[in-house]
Design a protein around this ligand. Structure first.
Ligand code: MTE
Length: 322
């Protein structure tokens, strides 16, 4: 795989300087929770996070400097990435997730590993986290309605978790399911999609090193509105594949139906690969608005990751399998 470079703009230029310095100091010295609290706006940390936050910082420090970074582009500001979101469990407006994010209860959080694994399990999220060195990687997340952001996600390859549980050769698809909690998640009281939110990947997509389970962003724990405590990031696909707040990971023999395909198969395909040549029925996908920039830029095939992923689809008609 190609080695990526750091983005053209240093993180210090897009994060307020004092926040950036605090974070670096925090990471370098393994500072106390006090330093972790001097976070960028929108990064919601619970006061109970202390020990966990320390582990998180240590783990990122291990991952940073030895891992590749994606996409040599300017990073979206923390503010934009945490205030302009799609998370229908909180409502359909882009501002809803930030407003209602505190309603998501992430502690305790258990993830159910089901289906074609040698070791199916109900795992505490914190135990999952303790197994892996976290990497900080910068990915583009292209969304459904033609906007994009460049976000430094913190996470680990999904493949690591699948292998850890002994994925069997019968598994052809991986299905993911988000939290179901209509009492706290107001969006789940209306039926825009079938709840819980469900997504899936073909097994080779799931095993690809660009597919990560993200547990944080910008060097910190995942804010609720971005899918705490753990979400998928599949950077060559439209944003709706990157399911948030995952509570179940299922290895299946047959292709499952996802929430968006069930809701409107004419508009949403199973693959959802970013493709400037295939329009959404209601809008062109040839150009995108990069949040934080004026005007529009041309959308790249597979969101710019064609060298890495095009071979997965070599035998397919992407006009048909959109
Ligand atoms: N996951 C859940 N559970 N619910 C959602 O509504 N929205 C998806 C995806 N994951 C969504 C979800 C869509 S449409 C997009 S564009 C991305 O999350 C947005 O991620 P972001 O808010 O971190 O940018």
């Amino acid at each position: 795989m190609k080695r990526y470079r750091y983005p053209a703009v240093a993180a210090s230029e897009i994060t307020p300087q004092h926040v950036f310095e605090n974070r670096r100091r925090f990471l370098r010295q393994g500072a106390t929770f006090g330093a972790a609290l001097s976070l960028a706006p929108g990064m919601l940390l619970s006061a109970r996070a202390s020990a966990w936050q320390q582990t998180f910082a240590d783990k990122i420090q291990q991952g940073v400097n030895e891992k590749d970074f994606a996409a040599g582009e300017s990073i979206t500001s923390v503010k934009d990435a945490t205030t302009y979101n799609n998370f229908y469990e909180f409502g359909v407006r882009k501002s809803d997730p930030e407003v209602y994010a505190h309603k998501l209860k992430t502690d305790p959080w258990r993830v159910s590993i089901e289906g074609q694994f040698e070791n199916t399990a109900e795992v505490n999220f914190e135990d999952i986290l303790s197994r892996y060195t976290l990497e900080e990687r910068i990915y583009r997340l292209r969304c459904v309605e033609a906007w994009s952001m460049v976000i430094p996600w913190v996470g680990f390859p999904l493949a690591d978790l699948l292998k850890h549980h002994g994925l069997t050769s019968r598994a052809k698809y991986i299905e993911f399911e988000s939290i179901l909690d209509p009492e706290n998640l107001r969006g789940q009281r209306s039926s825009i999609i079938e709840w819980p939110y469900r997504e899936a990947l073909r097994i080779d997509e799931a095993m690809h090193p660009l597919t990560i389970l993200a547990v944080g962003m910008y060097g910190e724990r995942m804010p609720n509105q971005n899918g705490a405590p753990m979400r998928l990031v599949v950077p060559w696909k439209y944003g709706f594949k990157s399911i948030k707040s995952v509570v179940a990971i299922r290895a299946l023999e047959d292709k499952p139906t996802t929430s968006w395909v069930a809701q409107n198969p004419e508009e949403y395909g199973f693959y959802a690969n970013v493709n400037p040549d295939v329009d959404h029925p209601r809008w062109s996908q040839a150009r995108e608005r990069r949040i934080g920039e004026g005007g529009r830029r041309e959308t790249l095939m597979f969101n710019g990751y064609a060298d890495e992923v095009a071979q997965l689809y070599a035998d397919m008609d992407l006009q048909k399998d959109y």
